[in-house]
Design a protein around this ligand. Structure first.
Ligand code: NDP
Length: 284
């Protein structure tokens, strides 16, 4: 009679709520199939009150690791054995890795974004403007600071959230950060080298919305990136491209998070183009 572990693939997955169809599942499974990895990535609906039991379940079943999305990114920390450096600074975890039975929290949101940005720019000494101060903006700002950018301007509607991110960067990293409270069209400073939309503006189905900016300061050739993966060609990126800027879509961030997560779980560096094809198929 076969033992359970003979017919179970190595498990990884996503702890999310609510558990709608998630493109990450299709993307990661496409990479597993392409590389012949005997692993599965499953979507699990986990309510906040069951998070501790879900983590204990993953531990008991020897999962290689899992991602967690909102609202679990902060609360999951209480159930883990340790944190990687940037996850500790950011104060949020979206990827958990089983290292010899110890569950370690990583944050791949910002790492995925920076990996995408590095394909077009050297970040050392750069001046970056980040629109937003939510979870994605915080992760991007911390990783950009750790990657050596010189200055980060956070532009956010709510002062309190913006101040929190600015204090975090100034207190915990070598980069200098300042805040602009977003109230009407924000004029992009002329010395900006990288502009990032890290707000949720433009996310499907609100596809015509774009951040309220006075684009006059923005020079052609500046790198303009969006966290919005659906649609990949956001209204924000289309407006930036029309001004001659170099654009980076949110698919790159999502794909690189997958690449980093799979490498942490399995040790295999997967081909990002397989995942991009799958996402482009899904998002049209
Ligand atoms: P949060 O809810 O934590 O933050 C949202 C941010 O957007 C806040 O700064 C908020 O400002 C700002 N915002 C929202 N609406 C407006 C508006 N109308 N005008 C001005 N500012 C606005 O979300 P997350 O940071 O977790 O996620 C942000 C986006 O990033 C989401 O759309 C998500 O899909 C995307 N994302 C993409 C990833 C990828 O791999 N491509 C990975 C992770 C996230 P305020 O503080 O004032 O409310």
């Amino acid at each position: 009679m076969s033992k359970a572990h003979n017919f179970l693939s190595q498990l990884t997955g996503l702890f999310a709520m609510p558990c709608a169809q998630n493109p990450t599942v299709a993307m990661v499974e496409a990479a597993y199939r392409h590389h012949g990895l005997d692993a599965r990535y499953i979507n699990c609906e986990v309510s906040p009150e069951n998070l501790g039991d879900a983590v204990r379940g993953a531990r008991a079943m020897g999962w290689l690791g899992f991602n967690c999305s909102k609202p679990h990114k902060v609360s999951v920390i209480a159930h883990l054995d340790g944190l990687a450096e940037s996850a500790a600074v950011i104060g949020a975890v979206n990827c958990v890795v089983n290292r010899a039975g110890r569950l370690i929290g990583e944050n791949t949101d910002g790492k995925g974004f920076i990996a995408s940005l590095r394909t077009v720019a050297d970040l050392a000494g750069k001046r970056i403007v980040v629109l937003g101060a939510g979870g994605a903006a915080r992760a991007i700002a911390v990783e950009a600071a750790m990657a050596g950018v010189a200055s980060i301007t956070i532009v956010n509607r709510s002062r309190a959230r913006g101040e929190e991110v600015v204090a975090l960067i100034n207190d915990k990293t070598q980069a200098r950060a300042d805040l602009v409270v977003w109230n009407g069209a924000f004029r992009v400073p002329e010395d900006t080298e990288i502009l990032v939309n890290a707000t949720s503006i433009g996310l499907f189905p609100d596809v015509d919305a774009k951040p309220e900016l006075d684009w006059h300061g923005l020079r052609p050739g500046v790198i303009v990136a969006d966290v919005i993966a659906n649609p990949p060609h956001s209204a924000f990126l289309r407006a930036a491209a029309a001004r001659g800027c170099r654009t980076l879509d949110g698919l790159g961030m999502l794909i690189n998070q997958g690449v980093i997560g799979i490498a942490l779980w399995t040790g295999v560096d997967v081909d990002p183009s397989v995942m991009r094809r799958k996402l482009e198929e899904l998002f049209g």
